[in-house]
Design a protein. Sequence first.
Length: 145
Amino acid sequence: MGVGASLLIVAAAVPVVALPAPISFWLRADSEGLTLSRALLRRRYRWHDITGLDMAFGEDPDSDAARLTMRLRLTTTPATGRGPLVGVLGLAPGHQLRGTEPRRLADLFTLLATHGVPLAEPDFADRVLAAHGLPPLAPGPDPVG
């Protein structure tokens, strides 16, 4: 087999291998709820079915790098179950902000808060918002009182 034929086989195999692995997602919101799209799969979640955004800090099993995994909590998700994956964000050591968090993450936190969806880690969300010059989700405790 020649070099040209080998390259052709490799070029044909790459899309087949990459297709089933959803590496990106899109969220679209409207007055009724969220639509989460990954690869060829689209799921719709109504606002009244979304009971929160779970945010789990941990380490990537392959690299031990700090990361944040975000999943929707739904009325249909059992207490011990895991809701739909919204995203995974790499963090600095100690689970601190890198300073390069995407603006879309801040927009997601604001959108969910606007629709009354509680966030598991509101302090982290506020730090992401502050990094983009946005106001916190909710006022903090009264420093005088």
